[in-house]
Design a binder for this molecule. Sequence first.
Ligand code: CTP
Length: 267
Amino acid sequence: MTARAKRGAGKAGARASGEARAVESASAAGSKASGGAKKRAGAAGGLAKAKTNGRRHVVVTAGPTREWVDPVRYISNVSSGKMGFAVAAAAAERGWRVTLVAGPVRLETPAGVERVDVESAREMLAAVGSAFRRADAIVMAAAVADWRPARRLAGKWRAKDGGTERTTLELVRNPDVLATVARRKGRRAVIAFALETGDGERRARAKLVRKNADFIVLNDDSALNRERATVTILGRDGSARRLERRAKREVAEALVDLLDRHGDLAR
Ligand code: CTP
């Protein structure tokens, strides 16, 4: 929960319907979801499909999710969204049609990318579920909150509502977005991310299998909110490729290479 939540409170109210909104962005520049954007995206989506005949389509997720406690507080994490946005930009430049499902981040929409803004894990699941149905691949770089408050309070949670020195907040489990949509992935490519603080490779490989992914990008927490990252890309075939202190854009290019190769094999 952060002070920033207070500033975002009005916006949160406006989004309380829980609907993801879509924005079609031809070239630029941080166009954010606004009322009516959903309709425009629908029309533009149809157009994009007609125009992009034969292009492969990847769904990329980015950023944190935000789980509201009350009108002024939320649970979230420090993910900046940079990795997912770099993947979206690289894939679009390499000719992929890209649907970018973004949590709350302050980043501009890369050129040629269709962006859907969401807040909570449940909104992300709805947006990803519908986009992945029509797609050939998914890159799940979002840092999805595993838990959300059991209730979102209508009014502010006041200090006096707790005990004098301690209180508890009841949390319930969020859906696993990736595991849910990748369960029936067929030949489509699935790239997951894993942030681990210890025993990384073993845990990440277990996640790769559990979530039915083809590759998992193992990060440590030094990648969070930074320009550069050291990652190991683990493959379902047992492969491991380490990239040391690379710009996120370089990591993104390596992932698009994998998508291209997987797409060729699946054809
Ligand atoms: N993920 C997801 N939905 C969740 C949690 C994670 O889709 N509710 C995705 C992430 O986007 C990432 C992968 O699953 O691609 C692994 O995320 P991570 O947070 O490392 O794994 P968890 O399943 O949350 O496991 P743990 O908390 O035990 O590390």
